[in-house]
Write a protein that binds this ligand. Structure first.
Ligand SMILES: [Fe+2]
Length: 207
């Protein structure tokens, strides 16, 4: 292996495995982080091992500029690299549940302007998250003009490849909820709203 081999690390969870109980249970967090995210990290590193030029780029640089990736590696980097980026973003965008968890600051105001109210936003977000077909994600993003958008991405595709800035995201791959909720994506989404880290989302929105 080359000496300067670029290694993407497995990001530690920013809280304990139990921290999102009862909304996302401990077993789900352990499997999701320790096995599924780790598998994406390992597969991305295995892919990058053969591409020294890509090893010089950050994960974000690769996903934001997918044209820089050689054809022979592009699908693997989008799938495995997207799997790493999306899961890191997802885990970082959560925090222990609090009662009456609502958006704050400038983002809270922008959500009210765009969707009419938080309740309307919540309704629309939930409908779009329920309608993701197969495996994917629903994101709240900011586009290059600063507009808020709800954006579905399939598989491990990421909004940063479209030039959008993610603010919050829900993982609606079945592996994100099946251990706790079986096939009830509906209940998972309702409970996930309790653990969104709106402080972090507002910080990103303002940056
Ligand atoms: Fe996931």
């Amino acid at each position: 292996m080359p000496k300067d081999y670029y290694k993407i690390d497995l990001m530690p969870l920013p809280y304990d495995y139990t921290a999102l109980e009862p909304y996302i249970n401990t077993q789900t967090m352990q499997v999701h982080h320790d096995r599924l995210l780790k598998a994406y990290v390992d597969k991305l590193n295995a892919t990058l091992a053969a591409y020294p030029k890509l090893q010089k780029l950050s994960l974000e640089q690769m996903l934001e500029n997918t044209y820089l990736i050689p054809d022979s590696a592009r699908t693997s980097v989008i799938n495995f690299g997207g799997g790493v980026y999306n899961h890191n973003f997802f885990f970082n965008s959560l925090r222990p549940g609090i009662a009456g968890n609502i958006p704050i600051g400038n983002l809270g105001k922008a959500i009210d302007r765009k969707f009419g109210s938080f309740e309307e936003f919540r309704k629309e977000f939930k409908e779009k998250a329920l309608s993701v077909f197969g495996s994917g994600w629903l994101w709240l993003v900011k586009d290059y003009k600063g507009n808020l958008l709800l954006e579905q991405t399939a598989n491990q595709n990421s909004p940063i490849s479209l030039g959008h800035i993610p603010l919050i995201v829900i993982d609606v791959w079945e592996h994100a909820y099946f251990l706790q909720y079986l096939n009830l994506r509906n209940e998972y989404i309702d409970n996930w709203f309790n653990v969104i880290n709106w402080n972090r989302a507002d910080e990103i929105y303002n940056s």
